[in-house]
Write a protein that binds this ligand. Structure first.
Ligand SMILES: *Cc1c(COP(=O)(O)O)cnc(C)c1O
Length: 396
């Protein structure tokens, strides 16, 4: 037999990513699970809960990843894979009842914000966006004063936020949300369960864009949800089955393959990000650096208390350079790198760099001169040398 849920529960996360989801330890069994390509399954008579039934209901290739992610997030139940991070967002938002109030960070992931705003425009939900780092403002949005004020049905958390790296006080906000009668969903994409476990901090549901760190190689698009609440999980599973945003078996297999090295990748990229953030904050051509690991960062204390590291995303804002505006200087920097890859997305083995406002959907409150750096696993000095030569093209 492969390791049981109980055996895995006693192991550290670095071991779980490697040891979970293996086929039975019997002679001549493969050491990796196979990819099962079948749209249907043998069977007669009524379908029960344990039956696979049809390819949209379940696929054996999803199971090892879902089991591993549940373990890593400290959940009592396996996770649920979805076709993309946004498919998972859609399923999670379906838990807001008709007309219910959704409280969401102003700087949530842009696709999440667009989806919530469209639901609100249609009158399906009521949306309140708040600065998630401002605990008092979030509490006010959750349970406004006044006899007719409507309490929230769901608090959406993203911490650190994308791309502003704002840090929410997760334990305090989940407590306030529950007191107001709201469910809490936390997008944990930036941190991974190795750095932050929102369920243990009080969240009801954890969301991942598996596309990013979990799969880790910028070669699949997938999402996932994790919860310890059986009723919530059943509702999310029903949504996946009926709305049909399921993972392809090959993508699910690649995600598990990527997960095997998650601990190594996170360890290396966090270490490198800390070094680079320190050096960038001393560069005269840069106006400001956001990285929760910097002692002067506004989110540093909170991050220290609820995370096991600081992640590997850095945001910098560029100063004007000569005739160039800060935004132009940012574009020039992104155009001048030779090793860093100018591309959107994050969390892969390769380091990526992007001026976020090149996306029309990015909130206007994200500064035009802001560059997001996703630090990969390359050699730190090679990454630094490339950034430095690109910064030197700006003069100064
Ligand atoms: C990328 C991302 C998403 C959306 O995930 P997709 O896999 O692209 O659909 C959601 N949240 C965060 C924080 C992200 O970075």
């Amino acid at each position: 037999m492969s390791l049981s849920h109980e055996q895995l529960a006693g192991l550290s996360a670095e071991t779980v990513v490697v040891a979970s989801g293996r086929p039975p330890r019997d002679r001549d069994q493969p050491v990796n699970p196979p990819i099962v390509l079948s749209s249907t399954y043998f069977g007669t008579g009524p379908l029960g809960d344990g039956d696979r039934g049809y390819g949209r209901y379940s696929n054996p290739t999803w199971d090892p990843f879902e089991e591993a992610l549940g373990q890593l997030e400290g959940a009592e139940l396996p996770g649920l894979l979805f076709a993309s991070g946004l498919a998972a967002v859609s399923a999670a938002l379906s838990l807001v009842p008709a007309g219910g109030v959704l409280v969401m960070p102003t700087h949530s992931y842009s696709g999440t914000l667009v989806m919530a705003a469209e639901l609100a425009q249609k009158g399906f939900i009521e949306l309140r966006t708040v600065d998630i780092a401002d605990t008092g403002a979030v509490k006010e949005a959750l349970a406004p004063a006044g006899p007719d004020a409507k309490a929230a049905a769901m608090l959406w958390l993203e911490s650190p936020t994308n791309p502003m790296l704002g840090i929410a006080d997760i334990p305090e906000l989940t407590e306030a949300a529950h007191a107001a009668g709201a469910m809490v969903v936390t997008d944990n994409t930036f941190s991974t369960p190795l750095v932050q476990q929102p369920l243990t901090l009080g969240s009801d549901v954890v969301l991942h864009s598996v596309t990013k760190y979990l799969a880790g190689h910028s070669d699949v698009v997938l999402g996932a949800l994790v919860t310890s609440n059986a009723d919530i999980r059943a509702a999310l599973l029903h949504h996946r089955t009926i709305h049909g945003a399921i993972a392809g078996p090959f993508e699910a297999w690649l995600a598990l393959r990527g997960l095997r090295t998650l601990a190594l990748r996170v360890e290396r990229s966090q270490e490198t990000a800390a070094v680079l953030a320190g050096r960038l904050s001393n560069d005269p051509r840069i106006e400001s650096v956001r990285f929760p690991g910097l002692p002067g960062d506004p989110g540093h204390q909170r991050a220290t208390s609820q995370m096991k590291g600081f992640g590997s995303i850095i945001c910098i804002q560029m100063k004007p350079a000569g005739a160039l505006t800060g935004a132009d200087a940012a574009d020039k920097l992104v155009g001048a790198v030779k090793l860093w890859l100018p591309a959107t997305s994050l969390g892969g083995v390769e380091s990526l760099i992007e001026r976020r406002r090149r996306h029309a959907a990015e909130p206007a409150s994200v500064p035009e001169n802001l560059i997001r750096l996703s630090v990969g696993v390359e050699n730190v000095e090679d990454l630094w040398a490339d950034l430095r030569q690109a910064l030197d093209t700006l003069g100064g």
